[in-house]
Design a protein around this ligand. Structure first.
Ligand code: NAP
Length: 538
């Protein structure tokens, strides 16, 4: 492992973050023969899979599509145990990658980057760590993750609560004993649902504080046998290409037929087959009109609502847990496992915050408009300042000392979601205006972006140039295209982290490019083949 003492060094490239993108970026930079260093705030690799170790954390992507494709040896060695691997397995996988390719020797752990400044005169980035150490590099890759800055609710009286508060994205490594405890969970998104359904059977009593119910899909998660794995491996040579050509980075595409090509009965049968797949295929592998056509979406939303209601005996509960005021698929659709049944097992209460809002935290619990609910533990499953958060909280300054936070406060702009005008030689993964920020199976887009960034760095060096930066027009063009595509869909009409609505004061715009992973990749490839004509090389 690299040590903090050596941080005064100069590197060809500094990478911030040792998650899925950062690890692969280091591997690729080494392939180019560059001197590279990763700084990582955590004590180990894994990014989102290092921090989100809450009970029930599990990947909603099928495991064999949620992996690196660059090493046949790795592909042949790693055995996924089930269709949707739980957090410990994915974390083990990323550790295995770090060990196998000897990546740790160029990673400094437990080191948070506070800022990075571009020195125009010398054409270098100076990176500063939280303890004041500095290092310089020609290129900077912000592999800081799209979901790495947790958002905590700010209710009055929080500091006075005498129990314990956890955020799911900062979960301790030691197991928590919930036995006999009164536990409150705030939030019913993908994370809240996983943690609720997992710990509810073992707590004394649980209160779920729900503001918006989710549309969900029941997960089908068989364990794999050796035979299953052998069959899956046979598909790897094809899959490693195909995932990049799809709409959302998985191993399937939306159905080529229009919703209206089928009769209502045929549609019902088609949707039922997708439903039984027990995966996100129901969301992004059905009719594309689900995301663009209100009437089609209404029918699909009702299909899901009917199945949620049917799971609950208590009509009042069914009403509260069934979303009715937004369109299916315009927020992230969680997979669930016996989530609805836990509300009828006897020790779980649902508080609908639209009816009885939280007034304040008190020393023994949470006070809503209906009175105090006594609690020992509060779990905030309240989400993230997505895509922009990890970048705007830093003192990240490009040419003329311009702070990215200020630049984006007037409107987020990027070129291809990977670069920003005014920030030469700075690249970003999982950042705004790329599918990777929300509408992609993360490893697919992460690898595509890292490959593109690596090729771009190589091009600059091969040309004997020092720096590359998109023009202001390039950013403007990408923003226009991004918005045009976004506005053809229903997604911006719903408030969620996809639109920045979950963070007070955040720019309200669709955070991720929704034109499709394959289309995006073609546009990125065109930019490369066109020799980055939308950029200034100096
Ligand atoms: P999220 O989708 O943003 O959900 C946060 C939840 O907290 C929402 O129900 C939200 O209510 C609620 N909330 C936030 N602030 C609140 C407040 N002040 N008072 C009351 N309720 C509040 O966050 P997440 O569940 O952590 O998921 C984020 C993303 O992480 C997912 O969409 C997914 O992409 C990823 N993820 C993936 C997996 C997986 O692959 N299995 C698992 C977990 C997460 P409102 O909706 O009303 O704002």
């Amino acid at each position: 492992m690299a040590t903090a003492a050596s941080t005064q060094e100069h590197f060809d490239t500094i990478v911030v973050g040792a998650g899925i993108s950062g690890l692969y970026q280091l591997y690729k930079l080494r392939e180019l023969g560059l001197k590279a260093r990763i700084y990582e705030a955590g004590s180990n690799v894994g990014g989102v899979w290092y921090w989100n170790r809450y009970p029930g954390a599990r990947c909603d992507s099928v495991g064999y599509t949620y992996q690196y494709w660059f090493s046949d040896e790795l592909l042949s060695e790693w055995n996924w145990s089930e269709r949707f691997p739980a957090q410990p397995e994915t974390e083990r996988y990323l550790n295995r990658v770090a060990d196998k390719f000897d990546l740790r020797k160029d990673i400094v752990f437990n080191t948070r980057i506070e800022g990075a400044h571009f020195d125009e005169a010398n054409g270098v980035w100076t990176v500063t760590t939280a303890d004041g150490a500095k290092a310089t590099a020609q290129f900077l890759v912000m592999a800081t993750g799209g979901l790495s800055v947790p958002t905590n609710p700010t209710f009055p009286g929080q500091e006075g609560f005498k129990g314990t508060v956890f955020h799911t994205a900062r979960w301790p490594k030691e197991p928590i004993n919930f036995k006999g405890k009164r536990v409150g969970v705030i939030g019913t998104g993908a994370t809240g649902i996983q943690v609720i359904q997992t710990i509810a059977p073992s707590v004394g009593h649980m209160t779920v504080f729900q503001r918006t119910p989710s549309y969900t899909i029941p997960i089908r998660n068989p364990k794999y046998t050796d035979q299953d794995r052998a069959a899956i491996r046979e598909r790897y040579p094809e899959l490693k290409h195909f995932v990049h050509e799809t709409f959302s980075g998985f191993d399937f595409n939306p159905d080529p037929r229009s919703f209206y090509d089928l009769s209502p009965e045929e549609r019902e049968r088609f949707l039922q087959a997708l439903w039984e797949d027990g995966s996100l295929k129901f969301w992004v592998g059905g009719f594309l009109e689900a995301l663009t056509d209100k009437a089609a979406n209404d029918e699909i939303s009702e299909f899901v609502r009917k199945r949620i209601r049917a799971r609950l005996k208590n009509p009042e509960l069914a009403k509260k847990l069934t979303p009715t005021d937004y369109a299916f698929g315009t927020r992230r659709v969680p997979l669930e496992n016996r989530y609805y049944e836990i509300y009828e097992q006897g020790n779980v209460d649902l508080v609908d915050l639209l009816e009885t809002p939280i007034i304040r935290f008190v020393e023994n619990g949470i006070e809503t408009s209906a009175g105090v609910i006594e609690l020992d533990i509060i779990v905030n499953a309240t989400g993230f300042d997505a895509a922009t958060g990890a970048l705007t909280r830093l003192d990240l300054r490009g040419r003329e000392g311009r702070l990215l936070r200020d630049v984006w406060s007037k409107g987020i702009h990027t070129w291809l979601g990977m670069t920003v005008h005014g920030f030469p030689n700075m690249f970003m993964t999982m950042a705004p205006m790329s599918p990777a920020a929300a509408f992609c199976n993360v490893p697919t887009c992460s690898q595509q972006q890292v490959d593109w960034i690596t090729d771009c760095i190589k091009y600059v060096r091969d040309q004997g140039k020092q720096s590359i930066e998109p023009t202001a027009d390039a950013d403007d063009g990408w923003v226009r295209h991004h918005n045009e595509v976004a506005n053809q869909t229903l997604v911006p009409k719903t408030r969620s982290w996809y639109t920045g609505a979950n963070v007070e004061g955040k720019q309200q715009s669709l955070i991720a490019y929704i034109g499709g992973v394959g289309t995006y990749r073609n546009l990125c490839n065109n930019a490369k083949e066109g020799q980055y004509k939308d950029c200034v090389l100096a």
